[in-house]
Design a protein. Structure first.
Length: 420
């Protein structure tokens, strides 16, 4: 086997991205910054939901891909996934283990998008304690970025291990790569830290936060006007100090007021001229935060515009969503499903089942005329499942059993005949 002569990365643990010139955003300091952005900013939270929700809401399933039927069944049960070809309405056989692909996907997506990476430890059952005598996947345990102190990378760019800060007074905990499932976003530098989706939005978030504080000061300062007090002629220093104390203490309120001496004048001066409002700058940076994720739909304000342009923008957004979903599926297939299949089958050398998903795009609701045209063309049939689905969709009453319908129709027919 040919041996590499060059290297992809300096061997050792990762300290900070060489290409990152912002001190605050160098790992691991970046973790607290990105966490604050995702937790406090409404636009950032909306962008994350706009990306995560469609991906987890689309249908995910396990494709047998020619693998052994028994292995496919065990993998599907342990991951709580449907197998391609099964009816999506059929119940999933739940296992006593706590793995759920849906919950895992939600958590992995959020961690990877926010922090640039998401690490999970594969926790297995003891085969001697399992009912079928097999080693099953018990847990995909998240290893939160805040707890990771080192990411050890080999010279060829491969991941070796991660180190977690120990609990209490204990030392660090090292988790080797064979026990890890790692999702990394935009890992062009092979550093296994990745790049947060929020990196490009950081400066807009920072400036927007400052403008929001400025707007509060502007409203507080100029919202009620500026109190100005003119003292009586020949005012003493004591009178001036008292006047200054009065104007500084004036606040709006139900019982607010001030007492002045004869000859003194107290006025509330309005703002002369036009002040520059920070609101336009805030809206601009809000739009740029959404633009970093191609989520242009969050910037629509109902002002009209080109429908074709909006459709193109949404198509680009759906393409980005499908790319992220495919990355999640590829990583899980290579480092999770493959490992599960080999563990269950005792070193199986393929083929392996694959996690797949339905393409994410704009959903089109079929009208009754569309359904009738499809039925007349012979593309669909009025089977019981389709009828039940249509009754739920159009809020129609459930189908009446045939015997009840026949008895009821016969009774009404007899009453009508007697009346004549």
């Amino acid at each position: 086997m040919a041996k590499e002569k060059g290297y992809a990365h300096r061997q050792g643990h990762y300290i900070g991205r060489a290409a990152e010139d912002n001190w605050e955003l160098q790992w691991p300091r970046s973790i607290s910054v990105y966490s604050k952005m995702a937790r406090e900013d409404s636009q950032v939270k909306s962008v994350l939901k706009a990306i995560i929700q469609p991906i987890i809401r689309t249908s995910w399933r396990l494709d047998p891909n020619g693998a052994d039927t028994d292995v496919v069944r065990i993998v599907a049960e342990d991951l709580n996934l449907k197998v391609t070809g099964e009816d999506m309405g059929d119940p999933i056989l739940r296992t006593p283990r706590r793995v759920s692909w849906g919950k895992h996907l939600r958590r992995a997506l959020k961690m990877m998008l926010v922090y640039g990476h998401a690490y999970f430890e594969l926790v297995w059952d003891d085969a001697s304690e399992a009912e079928d005598g097999r080693t099953h996947l018990r847990k995909l345990a998240p290893r939160h970025p805040e707890t990771i102190s080192k990411i050890n990378v080999a010279a060829d760019g491969g991941l070796e291990s991660i180190e977690q800060t120990g609990l209490g007074s204990g030392g660090t905990v090292t988790i080797p790569v064979e026990n890890l499932l790692a999702y990394v976003a935009d890992d062009d530098r092979d550093d296994w830290v990745g790049e947060s989706m929020l990196r490009a939005a950081y400066k807009h978030w920072r400036l927007k936060d400052e403008f929001l504080r400025l707007e509060q000061v502007v409203l507080d300062r100029n919202g009620m006007g500026v109190p100005v007090m003119r003292t009586a002629p020949m005012a003493t220093d004591e009178d001036m100090d008292r006047a200054l104390s009065i104007v500084e203490g004036i606040r709006s309120g139900e019982h607010s007021g001030a007492a002045i001496k004869d000859g003194e004048v107290l006025e509330i001066k309005g703002v002369s001229g036009q002040l520059v409002s920070p609101r336009e700058a805030i809206a601009y940076h809000d739009a740029q935060i959404a633009r970093t994720a191609l989520a242009h739909a969050l910037n629509l304000e109902g002002k009209g515009g080109s429908y074709a342009l909006a459709s193109v923008q949404m198509d680009l957004f759906f393409q980005a969503l499908n790319e992220i979903a495919q990355q999640m599926a590829d990583t899980a297939n290579q480092f999770l499903v493959r490992e599960m299949a080999m563990t269950y089958a005792g070193g199986l050398d393929g083929p392996f089942p694959m996690i797949t998903f339905d393409t994410i795009d704009a959903r089109t609701t079929l009208t009754p005329n569309d359904l009738a045209a499809l039925k007349n063309a012979g593309l669909i049939f009025a089977d019981p499942r389709l009828e039940a689905h249509l009754r739920r969709s159009y809020e129609l009453p459930p189908q009446q059993p045939y015997d009840e319908y026949r008895d009821h129709s016969g009774q009404e027919g007899g009453e009508a005949h007697a009346a004549t």
